[in-house]
Design a protein around this ligand. Structure first.
Ligand code: FSO
Ligand code: SF4
Length: 542
């Protein structure tokens, strides 16, 4: 009999409760259980590395193994059981080696000393979140774990650019162990807040890594119209992968396009140097099954969100990094940390050019540097009354029809409001032609979901120059859309900075037990998005 699975880590979980047979995302039971096993193995590695740290030593590879491992378990990244098994075996072998080399003994975890592939089933069992019977402990444990997955994704990108923070790595190790062992609600709640604080740190680290490597994003018009040469489409969030691909495609007669969360690459000065980096293709991640056929060329997934591909274009899907899908080709990193994209490039040369999906262009590049340079204009606009409110509509998009709420909300916002956005949530309103206020576009896109940090940094900057006591005294409202675990860390980061009265939607996470939900509502004024009119009225915008 097929073993069961249980996963409720994303917003689209079945029935708003949990996926038990197969994920709505397409993840099957085997994959789901292996992902649980992988996280459990990482908890074991983290405990082992903590013991090593207690000896005053550390292993330089553990943080990256932890980050990449957690990243593979994020929604829509890795659907490949064999790949997950080999990752688990690597984690266990590495843990065993550390334990042996440094004579470390790690209590409270299942023994791994004589581990073989046949023992993975026991890790699946230990790793199941249903092991914890108390729904409140389970809820807090998973809230922390999902926050850690978000941290890991951002730390992975920073690490790829050579930026690390050992304090962050130490925290992730501690939180992986403690969230599994701690049974006191108050202690788990304070770990939730600590996770949020480290969310701010990791987004700051990644921002530093990105802006140091690629320059500061600047306002940029991005074409939506494909050109006449064969193309490669790049999806996901890893800017370094894109840069390597652009280097390798120079002079090859191929154009390169961004998809979904890769759009903000166009805003960075460094990417503008490549004349064959010509535009953006398609919409948010969930529309890929409708849009990829018409692209005609190879598509590279550097991170989530991958949707199980249709046979009609599956042979054109390439994955790299944490992403993997059975039957698609994977581009590995070599020992020098380089990736050879020649299989994609050769493939592209044989493909027809993309068919157009849309016309026109979009504008973005309003990250903190640009927003701060506009601060005087924005403050004057507030003082003179032609900008009344800023509405942060950052986060993720998703396939549920209830997300039409965000398009309607943006449409119905009064014309003296500005939308600050980041993440793929923007695809619900960035092509609505909402106009501008005295030359400032009404939708100001800071970048990827991690660039929500830019919005927070700008809010803190405005708080200081406007001499406000609290970030909540600013005319900024938060209407956040969430889908996967990176949005969980964005939310926890905002809470840890004291941001109150966030509306979260389209539904609150299924992994919040009624008690945990009540705590977040009482302490932070967190509420679920309701209807467009009700929400607009509650914010005195209607
Ligand atoms: Fe979206 Fe997917 Fe960026 Fe997520 S493409 S949903 S929050 O991976 O990370 O915003
Ligand atoms: Fe279900 Fe979401 Fe988990 Fe996929 S990631 S199995 S859709 S809860």
């Amino acid at each position: 009999m097929e073993k069961s699975m249980f996963c409720f880590q994303c917003q689209e979980t079945a029935g708003g409760v949990g996926c038990t047979l197969k994920g709505v995302c397409g993840k099957d039971g085997k994959t789901a259980r292996l992902q649980d096993a992988l996280v459990y193995a990482l908890r074991k590695l983290a405990a082992t590395h903590q013991a090593l740290r207690h000896q005053g030593k550390k292993d330089p590879h553990v943080p990256h193994i932890v980050y990449e491992g957690l990243f593979t378990t994020i929604t829509n990244a890795n659907f490949h059981p064999e790949d997950l098994v080999s990752r688990i075996m690597h984690i266990v072998t590495y843990t065993q080696k550390l334990q042996k080399d440094y004579c470390l003994s790690v209590p409270s975890f299942a023994k791994v000393s004589s581990f073989s592939e046949n023992d993975i089933a026991s890790l699946e069992e230990y790793g199941s979140l249903l092991q914890e019977k108390d729904e409140n402990i389970r809820s807090l444990r998973e809230l922390i774990t999902y926050g850690l997955k978000g941290i890991a994704a951002y730390a992975y990108h920073a690490h790829h650019l050579g930026f690390e923070d050992d304090g962050l790595a130490e925290f992730v190790e501690k939180a992986l162990v403690t969230s599994r062992e701690e049974t006191e609600v108050s202690k788990l709640l304070s770990l939730v807040m600590e996770t949020g604080q480290h969310g701010v740190k990791v987004m700051e680290l990644l921002d530093r890594a990105n802006t140091t490597t690629f320059g500061h994003p600047e306002p940029t018009h991005v074409s939506l119209v494909p050109r006449s040469k064969p193309g490669i489409l790049v999806s996901g969030h890893d800017l370094k992968d894109l840069l390597e691909l652009l280097e390798q495609t120079q002079g090859c007669g191929i154009d390169v396009y961004t998809h979904s969360e890769m759009l903000p690459a166009h805003y960075y000065p460094i990417f503008k140097k490549y004349p064959h980096f010509v535009g953006h293709y398609g919409n948010a991640w969930w529309k890929q099954t409708e849009e990829f056929e018409a692209f005609h060329g190879p598509i590279l997934f550097t991170t989530n969100c991958l949707v199980p591909p249709k046979e009609s274009y599956k042979d054109r899907i390439y994955t790299t990094g944490p992403v993997s899908f059975p039957g698609t080709k994977h581009i590995p990193q070599n020992v020098e940390g380089k990736k050879d994209f020649s299989p994609l490039i050769e493939h592209a040369k044989m493909c027809p050019p993309p068919s157009p999906l849309e016309k026109g262009e979009i504008i973005g590049g309003f990250a903190h540097n640009t927003l701060q340079s506009l601060a005087d204009t924005l403050i004057k606009a507030i003082q003179q009354g032609y900008v009344k409110k800023f509405v942060v509509m950052a986060g993720c998009d998703g396939r549920m029809s209830s997300r039409e709420y965000y398009s309607d909300f943006a449409r119905k916002l009064p014309s003296d409001t500005l939308i600050l956005t980041a993440g793929c949530a923007k695809y619900r309103y960035n092509k609505l032609f909402l106009g501008d206020i005295h030359g400032i576009p009404r939708v100001l896109d800071a970048g990827q979901c991690n660039d929500s940090y830019s919005l927070v940094k700008t809010a803190l900057y405005l708080k200081n120059i406007l001499n406000k006591e609290s970030i909540n005294d600013l005319p900024i409202l938060y209407n956040i859309a969430w889908y996967e675990q990176k949005a969980v860390i964005v939310l926890l980061s905002l809470l840890s900075l004291g941001v109150k009265n966030i509306h979260l939607g389209p539904t609150l996470p299924a992994f919040l037990s009624p008690m945990v939900r009540d705590i977040l509502m009482k302490e932070f004024g967190l509420t679920e998005a309701t209807t467009v009119n009700e929400d607009l009225i509650s914010w005195e915008l209607l």
